[in-house]
Design a protein around this ligand. Structure first.
Ligand code: BGC
Length: 735
């Protein structure tokens, strides 16, 4: 018997060893990715290589069926996982299991100034992507906020490259910990939606390197994003999807990026350029197999038959192809071929909690005269809520980031759930915005129709406002065409739907008026002086109403800070003041002076500065200490400051460190954000915040040398609560 067992055991062991020995290197996860790529490269036919580098459906590209390499599935991004569309079309596939959690828009994430929350955001949305079996998440969006008219600013992280970069690193690492790639977008200089496929932008080298590239570089090189999406616009006359300078020279040669460059959907226009200028994976060039004639339409993509024929005829080299294939395979090894990745999860309580926490920390209290907020709800109170955005579901709309959610709490519902039941809440419409709650076949199912005239709605709101203890106006923009929306910019800086006149009338009727603005962009506020409290709410996703109600009631102390400057008038914005916002040839005349860099230089007061956000408590900064008064270029310096919560409630403060170069051979911004830290303090509590900076925080991009240069001289470290609220500063020298 024992002998029989021994024979069976030996046989099995031999068989197992034989099977193991046969395991190809590309499937052997003990090998390095580079070895596995080379092994797989050696097994692929020319046709299989071509199939890997272009789409086979709206959102997937082919794997290698013969060798068990799975298809690669992409999804939007960046605020939740997009519902399934048909294989060949944008129309809904009609699945009933693809509803998700909508996380707050990226403007809100940036407004938290909390890198831990960026990681949490990434991890959570990555889990949803993974559960939905997606390999590439098309996000985060990292384009710099250049004009408040920008239709997609809500999908980006504000005007400052350092802030956007720090937040992006967390998001990328969080997503990719799930074996799901991020695809940072839109690379690059895609700062408007107006003529987004045709506009040709021209930015000088300093603007490019100091303002428009750093967040991408942080996300890709430090965060390690496995892919990047090239944008629609042209850069110096050549489409960004196959732009030699940005993709080949900067991204691949200068930075040494090893990931895959994916086209935006329909952003590829020229085969020669697509082959030679750094595009690796083509998506969305034409839709479908339905209207493309007898052949599979995807075969006509630039990186399909035209490329294949060119290789066969000797026009294109095998090396051009192999570089793209290696990059796409690397993406596969991190995602589809990674058998160690977790399984993910969908609409878990943890995801809702994450969405809520990010919302709570991102809401910005812009103004709070007479401490009107938090609302005093300890005894019987009547609250009149006015405005369409109090009841409108905002997760549907806006373009490719539109979602199909499992649930969405509107602001009105949030207040009803959150406020004590001694509070009597009444809602009136006030204005009619966009009653259509649908995008691309997904509908909210809400009936927002209204037959009364604007005059009647205002009269009703004003009459009700007179007798209320508080009036909370909830308006702003929405995600309809021409507002915070992909494919169009806003037509005006003003609030739409005559909201200004409604707010003015409400302010006259009741002094206890709180204006809640929901948007991803700054808007004109001609009534700002007549309103006691203004709250910047963003598109907060599934939980929307909860964080807002918590901030209004004071259960959460607001701690968000603006990720962009809030100008008084559109003409204060450099792109508009300098006539540098156009549909065709657009020169970025303001160069590096974007956002606060411009307002500081021109001494233009904003309505609310970059980094601004009030709290229900107050913080006092001590005199800072520096570890040394002078450093050399290879040295670093520590700046420390004590922060004390001097108020009566716990709160969070974002300590912002700006550096001013006091003597420089080239013009520089008055100051630039180089570090920040969010701290949480109980009443009376004190903590020490330390920042360590090196010469990289002191340097500028010298276009003549084509290098970052830190010039010896005097610098100032400015510790501030916003870009216009310096609390304390200290000087030091670079030897
Ligand atoms: C957008 C991208 C998006 C892609 C796929 C494009 O129109 O610009 O941001 O990821 O579509 O939906």
């Amino acid at each position: 018997m024992n002998l029989l067992k021994y024979i069976i055991f030996s046989f099995c062991a031999i068989a197992t060893t034989a099977v193991m020995a046969q395991k190809p290197i590309y499937l052997d996860e003990t090998r390095s990715i580079d070895e596995r790529i080379e092994d797989l490269m050696g097994r692929l036919t020319l046709e299989e290589k071509i199939a890997l580098i272009h789409a086979q459906s709206k959102f997937s590209s082919a794997g290698v069926p013969r060798l068990g390499v799975p298809d690669l599935w992409c999804t939007d991004g960046p605020h939740g996982i997009r519902p399934e569309v048909k294989w060949d079309e944008w129309d809904q596939a009609g699945w009933t299991n693809d509803s998700v959690v909508a996380f707050p828009a990226l403007t809100c994430l940036a407004a938290t100034w909390n890198t831990d929350l960026a990681l949490l955001y990434g991890r959570s949305i990555g889990e949803e992507a993974r559960y939905r079996k997606k390999d590439v998440l098309l996000g985060p969006g990292l384009n710099i906020y250049r004009t408040p008219l920008g239709g997609r600013n809500f999908e980006y992280m504000g005007e400052d490259p350092y802030l956007a970069g720090r937040m992006a690193v967390g998001y990328v690492r969080g997503v990719q910990s799930n074996g799901v790639a991020t695809c940072v977008k839109h690379f690059c200089l895609n700062n408007q939606e107006w003529n987004r496929h045709g506009v040709s932008v021209h930015a000088d080298d300093r603007a490019l390197y100091e303002i428009y590239l750093p967040a991408f570089k942080a996300a890709m090189m430090e965060g390690g994003s496995w892919s990047v999406m090239a944008s629609y616009n042209k850069i110096d006359g050549q489409h960004a999807g196959h732009n030699y300078r940005t993709l080949q020279q900067i991204l691949k040669q200068e930075w040494g990026y090893k990931g895959a460059v994916i086209s935006d959907w329909g952003g590829t226009h020229n085969t020669d350029e697509a082959v030679r200028n750094g595009l690796d994976l083509e998506f969305g060039t034409g839709t479908n197999g339905l209207y493309g004639g007898s052949k599979n339409y995807y075969d006509s993509y630039h990186l399909a038959l035209p490329f294949l024929d060119g290789i066969r005829s000797g026009k294109y080299s095998q090396a051009d192809l192999d570089d793209k294939v290696r990059r796409v395979l690397r993406l596969h090894f991190h995602t589809t071929l990674n058998t160690n990745k977790p399984f993910g999860s969908l609409h878990s309580p943890e995801h809702y909690a994450a969405a809520r926490e990010i919302g709570e920390e991102g809401i910005v209290l812009l103004k709070n005269e007479d401490n009107l907020l938090p609302l005093k709800l300890d005894e019987k109170k009547t609250i009149l809520v006015v405005g369409e955005n109090a009841v409108k579901m905002m997760t549907v709309g806006g373009g490719s980031s539109s979602l199909k959610v499992q649930r969405e709490i509107t602001p009105l519902e949030g207040m009803q759930q959150h406020f004590p039941n001694t509070v009597d809440i009444k809602w009136v419409r006030g204005y009619v915005g966009d009653t259509d709650g649908s995008y691309n076949g997904v509908t909210t199912g809400q009936d927002l129709s209204e037959t009364r005239s604007f005059r009647e709605l205002v009269d009703e709101a004003v009459a009700e406002a007179r007798s209320a203890d508080y009036v909370i106006f909830i308006g702003g923009l929405n995600k309809s065409y021409g507002q915070d929306n992909e494919g169009s910019d806003r037509q005006s800086y003003d609030l739409p739907y005559k909201q200004d006149s409604l707010i003015t009338a409400l302010a006259k009727a009741n002094a206890n008026l709180v204006v809640v603005n929901i948007s991803g962009n700054a808007v004109a506020m001609p009534w700002a002086d007549n309103v006691k409290a203004i709250v910047q709410d963003w598109y907060l996703g599934s939980e929307a109403g909860e964080p807002l109600a918590a901030v209004l009631a004071g259960t959460v102390n607001p701690s968000g800070k603006l990720p962009f400057s809030w100008p008084k008038a559109l003409n204060d914005v450099p792109a508009h003041r300098l006539d540098a916002y156009t549909a065709h040839d657009e020169e970025y005349k303001e160069s590096i002076f974007v956002g606060y860099r411009w307002y500081d230089k021109e001494n233009i007061a904003t309505l609310f500065p970059f980094g601004h956000g009030l709290s229900y408590t107050s913080f006092v900064y001590s005199k800072p200490k520096v570890s040394k008064r002078a450093i050399s270029a290879s040295d670093s310096l520590t700046i420390s400051v004590d922060i004390t919560n001097t108020g009566k409630v716990a709160g969070k403060e974002v300590v912002q460190l700006y550096i001013a170069d006091l003597e420089s051979s080239l013009p520089r911004p008055v100051k630039e954000l180089k570090a920040f830290r969010k701290v949480s303090l109980a009443p009376g509590e004190k903590t020490t915040v330390c920042f360590t900076i090196g010469s990289d925080a002191l340097s500028f991009f010298d276009p003549d040398k084509h290098a970052w240069v830190a010039e010896p001289g005097k610098f100032e470290a400015i510790l501030a609560s916003s870009s216009a609220d310096t609390r304390t500063k200290v000087r030091f020298e670079l030897k």
